[in-house]
Design a protein around this ligand. Structure first.
Ligand code: SIN
Ligand code: FE2
Length: 203
């Protein structure tokens, strides 16, 4: 069932069960097409460490990390253009951020059972007045969010398939990360793991 309940999550807007199962299945199908054209990649961080999360992107720009640092690139590392942002994702953005510019980038993260993402803030974008809209699919992920300074108090929540979080206002530059995945907690994906999609205005 579709739910429009909104919960405050350390200043972020949290929408549990925003997408119903049919919408989730449709999105996974569309994401599969993207991954076929622009394969998931384990990028290396600035410290040359391989990230446990596999990533790709859709949209005009794609976020990546390589020896030039964290940045938005015009093409996938293979040289192919990033696929278009699927329209159901643009619709979510328009519903939750009607006054924002349209997203020009969509980062697709795949977390296997052992993957995690350390605390970071999304600050590679040019305009922090534009929100980040995050959609979770598949297995539950333990999402942690704090404030704008590293080392402060944080709050943790299990994000479930179909949940949406909007980082906006003061939370736009809040530290956040994913501590662990509860493998097998959802039957949405063919194999254990979690997908997180974030829509952004990069430039
Ligand atoms: C991210 O910060 O890029 C991903 C957050 C999440 O997986 O929920
Ligand atoms: Fe992030």
């Amino acid at each position: 069932m579709v739910n429009r309940t909104e919960v405050d999550l350390a200043g972020a807007r949290y929408f549990p069960s925003f997408l119903d199962r049919t919408q989730q299945v449709e999105l996974v199908q569309l994401l599969r097409d993207i991954v076929r054209a622009a394969p998931l990649t384990h990028y290396r961080t600035a410290g040359a460490k391989k990230m446990s999360v596999a990533m790709t992107s859709a949209g005009k720009f794609g976020w990546l990390s390589d020896d030039k640092g964290y940045r938005y690139a015009d093409t996938h590392p293979s040289g192919v253009a990033w696929p278009d942002i699927p329209s159901p994702l643009s619709e979510i953005w328009k519903e939750l951020a009607p006054n924002a510019r349209l997203p020009d980038s969509c980062l697709i993260n795949f977390y296997g059972p052992e993957a995690k993402m350390g605390l970071h803030k999304d600050d590679t974008e040019q305009d922090f007045d534009q929100p980040v809209v995050s959609v979770s699919l598949g297995d539950e992920g333990l999402f942690r969010i704090g404030g704008q300074v590293r080392g402060g108090k944080t709050q943790s929540i299990w994000l479930r398939s179909g949940d949406v979080v909007v980082l906006t206002g003061a939370s736009r530059l809040s530290y956040h990360g994913v501590d662990r995945i509860k493998a097998g907690s959802s039957s949405l994906l063919e194999k254990p793991g979690r997908i997180n999609v974030t829509l952004r205005v990069a430039k």
